[in-house]
Design a protein around this ligand. Structure first.
Ligand SMILES: Cc1cc2nc3c(=O)[nH]c(=O)nc-3n(C[C@H](O)[C@H](O)[C@H](O)COP(=O)(O)OP(=O)(O)OC[C@H]3O[C@@H](n4cnc5c(N)ncnc54)[C@H](O)[C@@H]3O)c2cc1C
Length: 427
């Protein structure tokens, strides 16, 4: 995936805690479980499995945290990439409730790991979804009553005036504030989980792209300098997995998305933007989301691209979007601008499951994976250890391949998304 800003230096990489380079896979090796992918899904599965006593090796094509987990907006939000109403349609209300509760468990798991493994990752509590249009006010108020009534989950509705007590922008018509959600430094959290996995005995192998998978009673994985055989495999490559497993490739679409960081702002300017350190996201299809970093930069995310190529004039577009929210930053440019790929499914619901009896996978968080990737790893580890009830429930969600085949699916999705963007602009 060239020209996609994946190799641009991010604010996170520039402020990452040290992580010693791990060796690549060399020669013939064997383990109980091989995990492909060193993001939060893979690391979480590896850590949970090592804690259960399995011999685990994790193969990462680049460096741990190189993918979405280490470059995301860092917004930790209870819930999934699709509305609960969608999950209710797919699974019924009782099982949709289970999924919601597990997304809340996912946030608790972050706190448990931060404390247990002393992961320093700038956690801040508080998140607000903000409406730009009257129809979005109704949508968010609907979410709020639904969450309270059917999920026992309490959020606060803020009027525009109440929101403006904390947010220095006049763009929004109110806000749905959630005190349990929040934000963190995604790369430092990911590296913290990696350190915990190493300490638990996981063998982490970097610069080890898996280019072939041979199924069987013992699965064989091929890397440039070696071969790994394992009783079980966990595919946790997200949108970066490519064609390694064609059945999965058809069901997930990589979508490029971008984040920019201003230079550190002085205290008064930063407080004038957000004075309670919450994270903010609107609910447009092509959404804006933002928050302050620990060193008082504004981290501003948005702009999706349905090709592997960086959108033209990206910096200018991102600047215009930031200034539309915060006109007071009109003289401020960005110090960092980077991008990454998230993996979406057709219905935006998560796609977890098994291929055959010993290859497991989890992906398709559809832009909402920072917290739930932790639960995905846990659910897969439980299934490998013989407790598959939770994975069975996820497997009941039916997923369809993107239409258009290998070559037409991206242009078709781009056309569909253009319609949603138009809808955002008009209504
Ligand atoms: C710019 C951006 C902003 C985002 N913001 C948010 C946010 O604010 N909140 C939120 O909840 N979610 C957000 N997301 C989504 C979230 O980051 C992801 O859902 C989550 O990190 C996925 O974790 P993962 O471990 O499944 O995948 P990744 O973190 O992408 O890790 C996959 C890893 O697998 C490796 N890999 C792939 N194929 C192979 C192979 N064949 N061999 C070896 N290794 C391989 C890759 O190199 C990569 O490191 C964002 C994503 C992006 C890109």
């Amino acid at each position: 995936m060239a020209n996609d800003l994946s190799d641009a230096l991010s604010y996170y990489a520039a402020t990452a805690h040290p992580w010693p380079e791990q060796p690549p896979l060399q020669g013939e090796q064997r383990c109980d479980v091989a995990v492909v992918g060193g993001g939060l899904t893979g690391l979480s599965a590896a850590l949970e499995l090592a804690e259960k006593g399995y011999r685990v090796a994790l193969l990462e094509a680049r460096r741990v945290g190189w993918g979405a987990s280490g470059r995301s907006g860092g917004q930790i939000i209870v819930g999934w990439g699709c509305d609960q109403s969608k999950l209710e349609k797919l699974l019924g209300r009782d099982d949709a409730r289970h999924l919601f509760d597990w997304s809340s468990e996912a946030v608790d798991l972050i706190h448990r790991r931060r404390e247990e493994h002393q992961i320093d990752c700038d956690w801040r509590a508080g998140h607000v979804h903000v409406p730009i249009k009257p129809r979005q006010v109704s949508e968010l108020r609907g979410w709020q009553s639904d969450l309270a009534e059917h999920y026992d989950y309490q959020t606060d509705w803020w009027s525009a005036e109440r929101l403006q007590q904390h947010l220095g922008s006049r763009r929004y018509l109110g806000g749905l504030y959630d005190a349990q959600s929040g934000h963190l430094h995604p790369l430092n959290y990911t590296l913290g989980v990696a350190r915990a996995a190493l300490a638990a005995g996981v063998q982490i192998l970097e610069h080890s792209p898996v280019f072939a998978l041979q199924p069987g009673e013992s699965v064989s994985l091929q890397c440039p300098k070696g071969q790994l055989r394992a009783d079980f495999v966990v595919l946790a490559g997200n949108a970066y997995l490519g064609g390694l497993e064609p059945n999965l490739d058809r069901r997930i679409m990589p979508v490029g998305t971008y984040i920019a960081a201003t230079p550190p702002l002085d205290e008064a300017t930063a407080n004038g933007l957000i004075n309670n350190d919450m994270a903010v996201a609107d609910i447009n299809w092509a959404l804006d989301y933002f928050r302050l970093s620990a060193d008082r930069r504004l981290l501003f995310g948005g702009r999706a691209s349905y090709s592997a190529i960086e959108p033209p004039a990206l910096r200018g577009t991102m600047r215009r979007r930031m200034h539309a929210v915060f006109p007071q930053l009109s003289g401020v440019d960005f110090e960092y601008l980077w991008g990454g790929f998230l993996g979406i499914t057709m219905n935006r619901a998560p796609d977890f499951g098994r291929i055959g009896s010993n290859v497991y996978y989890a992906h398709g968080y559809s832009g909402h994976g920072m917290a739930v990737s932790g639960i995905a790893g846990r659910v897969i580890a439980e299934a490998i250890a013989g407790q598959a009830e939770r994975l069975d429930l996820f497997e009941r969600i039916r997923h369809r391949p993107f239409p258009g085949g290998k070559y037409l699916r991206m242009p078709l999705l781009a056309t569909a998304m253009a319609w949603y963007k138009l809808r955002d602009a008009l209504w």
